[in-house]
Write a protein that binds this ligand. Structure first.
Ligand code: MLT
Length: 258
């Protein structure tokens, strides 16, 4: 398999939407090969037997092998970040840098797990449209709800495009994910956190926690954006991404590689 001639940026999507959520980021930086592989069950990709973030990370690595990409900068939003933590556990040598957007290292508390169980039942009984109804109020910020009906409609369509069983499987995978803060404490690659100022699911305080775990990283807070910062404020999100890709060395982790 030929190896990639350009540096690669791999974008890992959020729950419960597929690769199309990255449409506005696919041409973010000239000279970079940008790919956005779907996680298991999304966009027609087959489900995997084990519903876990580590299984999703394994599937992603297999797709990168097929694409001839050995090492890449990874950008993950929310669940996409959880999958990148799985990559760090399994194959840290393949991660050349990270954009961790609107994500967190902590596990679900009992209330959150109970809510996930209810969402699994909802997805199976009433389908993706009911999941979109449930999620849209919280997943987008108040500014987007007030001023960007096009983004609200686009986000609904992204959710409704995915099968109910894929949504149920991803909920199960997320509710059993391990705490990943200790994994970040071993990171030696350039890292930037991006978070919407109006994100109440993974607020800026979660980005600060990750930033403190990786000396040398930084945090960009995007005004007037909620949990889906790349959809809600694509210009600001892309500027933050582009600045990082132009000079990753500026964000190098301030600790010696192991
Ligand atoms: C996501 O955007 O991927 C989800 O909101 C993550 C989560 O529910 O933990």
């Amino acid at each position: 398999m030929p190896t990639s001639p350009s540096p690669a940026l791999v974008l890992v999507h959020a729950f419960p939407m597929g690769s199309a959520m990255w449409r506005q980021q696919m041409r973010v930086a000239s000279g970079w090969r940008v790919i956005a592989p779907p996680l298991p069950g999304f966009d027609g990709r087959p489900l995997v037997a084990e519903h876990s973030m580590d299984a999703y990370a394994r599937d992603l690595l297999a797709q990168l092998d097929e694409a001839g990409i050995h090492r890449a900068v990874f950008g993950g939003l929310s669940m996409g970040g959880y999958v990148i933590f799985g990559l760090l556990r399994q194959a840290p040598e393949r991660v050349a840098g990270m954009i961790l957007a609107d994500t967190r290292t902590s596990v679900d508390n009992p209330d959150r797990r109970a809510a996930r169980e209810r969402s699994i039942a909802l997805a199976r009984q009433r389908g993706p449209a009911a999941i979109a109804d449930e999620m849209l109020p919280g997943i987008l910020g108040p500014t987007t709800h007030a001023r960007r009906p096009d983004v609200v409609a686009q986000t609904r369509a992204l959710i409704e495009a995915q099968p109910a069983e894929t949504i149920a499987a991803a909920l199960e995978a997320m509710m059993t994910r391990p705490d990943s803060l200790a994994v970040l404490a071993r990171v030696t690659v350039p890292t930037r956190m991006i978070v919407g100022a109006e994100d109440t699911i993974t607020p800026p305080s979660d980005a600060d926690t990750m930033h403190r775990a990786i000396p040398g990283s930084d945090v960009i807070v995007i005004p007037e954006a909620g949990h889906m910062a790349n959809l809600e404020a694509p210009d600001a999100f892309n500027a933050a991404l582009r600045e990082f890709l132009a000079n990753p060395g500026k964000f190098a982790a301030l600790r010696a590689p192991r």
